[in-house]
Write a protein of this length. Sequence first.
Length: 315
Amino acid sequence: MELVGMSEEPRIAIIGEAMLELSQDPAGNAKLAYGGDTLNTAVYMARLGAPVDYITALGVDPYSERMLSAWKKEGLDTCSVLRHPSRLPGLYAIETSPQGERSFYYWRSESAAREFFALDGYADILDKAANADWLYLSGITLSIFDEDGRRKLCQLASEIRTSGGQVAFDPNYRPAGWTSAAAARKAMEAFCRHASIVLPTIDDEHALFGMHTEAEHCARWHDLGVDTVIMKHGPDGATIHIRDAHPEHIAVPAPLAATDTTGAGDSFNAACLAGLMRGKPIHEAAADGHRLAGIVVQHRGAIIPKDAMVTSLSE
């Protein structure tokens, strides 16, 4: 897995909410960065050479300007970032345990991204996105919009699938973003009737749908029309479930003690999807996902320094 540009590669449209990220460095000093599940995936995919169109809304404040400038330097196509005249980006803070597990605290109820569908220009952006080869979003993306916004996302996914494209989805269930688990299930199941690849984690599956076997969880996604489920188990690897095929477990190459697990699943998704877009066999793409996630959890914050990623991936 190398940081090399792709030539005439498929494009992916990624939709979600980007936020300011407040964390602590090893000395306990506050550090301000940016993150958000779909943004993390977008940045890592861009670093891997994938052409990425990131779709969201920001404000016109200095923080939004800095975020937009940083994304451009990362290689993201930011032409689909709308600007809200009065709202700001959301904010989240990370608290990390001695074992590297993280807890999040959010200030995001009035974020600019939540007003995406109320801003002029959103319809043109969706028309452009419908021509993408791939679409990716998450359960968190669905949670920030109302029913009408979710219907628009379902329509976009349907158009891409109908034209022969791929739609990937990570349920990424966060209870605080939903009025109830039932509401989350309804929204995710409606969207996944148009998805081809779902990348859930087993803990989220249990929290959202109850304590069922992995096979039962995957069968539910397949019944909705999903072709491939890549079930993530954190340090225990991932299992690929393709409709009418035997599951294939992909182990983590060399598990390491985590410094901060923020962004682990997002980076796994990034490398896995980038590999699939290149035409890699799915087991190789999943192994790429493990490798990148293993690098990311050795650093603090959702998006690690680019030089750390380059050095690690070139070894």
